[in-house]
Ligand binder design. Structure first.
Ligand code: ADP
Ligand code: ZN
Length: 292
């Protein structure tokens, strides 16, 4: 059975793994993300000599996913400056001589769940991560959706809550986007403590649910996904999901109807692959690259 290399490339760590067609992760290491000059050789050393058939990369962005573009497979205007304009796909192809599948980190996670997790068998789904940033991966007709470049739905503009004590969001680009108002760093800025230390403060979580729900209503009305997965560090607060569901129902105002909406517990769900969804999605990207 063929083996696949998988890389979940993040701004703080690179998770390198080997997986099979069943989505089993057979081996993995986590390397700190330093410069390409330092980190690429370490990653290559992990993948070499393992008889891999292809590599899949789910990458922090923004990235160029347009196969017709001269910079296809590069990381674009990232704040991680040493990686800006880095042609990561080309470098892996040259160094390993393997087909390389490539997508955003969140599209990979959405695809991992859609292949082996809680959105398996559904044609459409989205994966929303609320962590250091907010990102959204979109699967439509069973495939990651790119569009013009790729969705950046974490930066969806939301209406501020009139009682929000923080005067504006933490996103350097937008005063009132979801990431700027609801990411882990936004919570920390607003309340002066890390999100994980605020479990017992109900006002923190009702406000958080208010913002996340607005975005989910937007995604539902535009994309009509068959299921929504909520992941990321902030969603480790188990009381958050019920609040989000309740707030989605309230904000929709009875407009959208259907079986899924009668049972929001089965519609807005937590991750099912124990935070392996990203790396498993990268395995699937590798499988698809080989099949091409
Ligand atoms: P990243 O987004 O960097 O990949 P995470 O998804 O773990 O990593 O997100 C990190 C953010 O999530 C931090 O802002 C942190 O405060 C927050 N976070 C991590 N664990 C928890 C938790 N148990 N409860 C609430 N917030 C958390
Ligand atoms: Zn923004």
């Amino acid at each position: 059975m063929p083996l696949y290399g998988a890389l979940e490339a993040g701004g703080t760590k690179m998770v390198c793994a080997v997986g099979d067609e069943q989505g089993n992760i057979l081996e993995r290491v986590s390397l700190p993300t330093r410069t390409p000059e330092e980190t690429m050789p370490e990653m290559l050393a992990f993948y070499r000599g393992k008889d891999l058939s292809a590599l899949g990369v789910g990458c922090f962005g923004p990235v160029d996913l347009d196969r017709g573009s001269p910079t296809y497979g590069s990381i674009l205007a990232t704040p991680k400056l040493p990686w800006r304009d880095y042609p990561i796909v080309q470098r892996f192809e040259e160094a390993l001589g393997l087909p390389v599948g490539f997508d955003t980190d969140v599209n990979a996670a959405a695809l991992g769940e859609a292949t082996w997790g809680c959105t398996r068998g559904l044609a459409s789904s989205i994966y929303v991560t609320v962590g250091t940033g907010v990102g959204v991966g979109v699967v439509i007709d069973g495939r990651p959706y790119h569009g013009m470049m790729h969705p950046e739905a974490g930066h969806l503009f939301v209406a501020r809550h009139p009682d929000d004590p923080m005067p504006q969001g933490v996103c350097p680009y937008h005063p009132n986007c979801l990431e700027g108002l609801a990411s882990g760093p936004a919570i920390e800025r607003r309340w002066g403590k890390k999100a994980q230390e605020l479990s017992d403060r109900p006002e923190v979580w009702t406000l958080e649910a208010y913002y996340i729900a607005q975005a989910l209503c937007g995604y539902m009305m535009i994309l009509s996904p068959q299921r929504i997965i909520l992941g990321g560090g902030v969603t480790h607060q188990e009381h958050l999901l019920p609040l989000v569901r309740e707030e989605v129902r309230r904000q929709l105002g009875g407009y959208l109807v259907g079986k899924a909406l009668d049972d929001l517990e089965d519609y807005i769900v937590p991750v099912s692959l124990s935070d392996n969804q990203g790396v498993m999605g990268a395995v699937r990207l590798a499988m698809d690259a080989l099949a091409r």
